[in-house]
Design a protein around this ligand. Structure first.
Ligand code: SF4
Length: 362
């Protein structure tokens, strides 16, 4: 057998991991059902390492450990809010840290996962944007955030996934694409496609790539400002992908789209903004989620008062829209995106946008 670098099985979609494991089992003289036993322990019922697959012969476990890896994400901070929201800070092998938030709600637990360390897009109200872009996460580092929930001493049963943690998922599509497969595949994490939401600021090639996938993954678009002038001020990406093009892409997406709209006091919460937003949402029959700004999450902005949020929602409903005001969760643990990392590390200077290259869409 030729000896090569151990292969990270958690960077592979389940079908590919299965093929590799079968070939390996054959090579070392084990029956192919042994490969299926290992495959189940990657994601479905994960183990910390091969030694933990105790129903395999000891020799095979050792051989697996010599040829493959199952890298973990190290938890360096964990906080639990009074409302049950849990926040995790993971350290990656190169010292980068990323955040994951588990939000319980009745029978559901939604896991908010990160797709990049930091973010290059510098939305004015965002703690992650303020820390700058560090790097794209690999497949195992994104899907691994869910895997780690199953490996906790008190495992968290995740029912829903939202890509609303650190980073813009469509700027890391090469990794997010196979991650979606791992999340959804019954031999992966087995989470229904309708329970997986990819949130984007409107990176058009990513929306097109997502719409080509046959599964019913959900799309959320962070609108945050209902006119190009205001959106350019708040979200520099609007220069590259203006609102009109984002709306056209949302219309072309053949499934229901959600608009995310963070409420910034005195900035985007006037009656005129409600009317503009209503016109956009009506055009693509979008559901609108109003999000309270996390106090302390963004310098120079204040949250819209609750009363005004309710009135804003009423103004949208009067225009025929379906609207929800998202509950603010984990207020006592800084659960807004990027906040825990910012608290622990301070802010780093952003890298230049050139360093992260252009949009990665297959
Ligand atoms: S809101 Fe999202 S896209 Fe904008 S800077 Fe923050 S992480 Fe990046």
């Amino acid at each position: 057998m030729t000896r090569t670098e151990p292969l990270n099985l958690l960077n592979l979609a389940p079908a590919e991991a299965d093929a590799r494991l079968r070939a390996f089992a054959d090579e070392v003289g084990q029956p192919s059902y042994r490969a299926t036993q290992v495959l189940r322990r990657l994601w479905t019922s994960p183990v910390a390492d091969f030694a933990g697959i105790t129903d395999l012969p000891a020799e095979f476990r050792q051989q697996l450990g010599e040829h493959f890896t199952l890298p973990r994400l190290e938890i360096v901070a964990q906080q639990k809010s009074r409302d049950g929201t849990q926040k995790f800070l993971f350290r990656l092998r190169d010292g980068q840290t990323i955040e994951t938030v588990a939000i319980p709600d009745g029978n559901r637990v939604t896991l908010c996962i990160s797709s990049q360390a930091g973010c290059a897009l510098q939305c004015a109200f965002c703690a992650t944007g303020a820390m700058g872009f560090q790097r794209n996460l690999e497949v195992f580092e994104i899907a691994g955030q869910v895997r780690e929930m199953r490996l906790l001493e008190e495992p968290v049963t995740v029912t829903n996934i939202v890509f609303m943690g650190m980073g813009e998922p469509m700027m890391n599509w090469d990794a997010v694409d196979p991650v979606l497969t791992i999340l959804n595949d019954p031999m992966g994490l087995g989470i229904g496609a309708r329970h997986i939401t990819i949130s984007t600021v409107g990176v058009l090639p990513g929306i097109v790539a997502l719409s080509r996938r046959p599964e019913q993954f959900r799309l959320a678009i962070s609108i945050h400002a209902p006119s190009d002038d205001l959106r350019r001020e708040l979200m520099p990406i609007n220069v590259k992908y203006p609102l009109s093009e984002v709306i056209a892409a949302a219309k072309a997406f053949d499934r229901r789209v959600t608009f995310e709209y963070v409420m910034l006091g005195g900035v985007n919460d006037g009656e005129v903004h409600a009317l503009q937003l209503a016109a956009l949402a009506r055009e693509c029959r979008a559901f609108v989620n109003l999000i309270p700004l996390h106090p302390g999450g963004a310098r120079g902005f204040t949250p819209t008062p609750q009363q005004r949020m309710v009135a804003f929602a009423r103004e949208l409903r009067a225009e025929g829209l379906e609207v929800a005001i998202r509950k603010s969760r984990g207020m006592d643990i800084a659960a807004a995106c990027g906040q825990l990392r910012v608290e622990r590390l301070g802010r780093r200077p952003p890298r230049s946008p050139d360093e992260h290259g252009d949009i990665q869409v297959a």
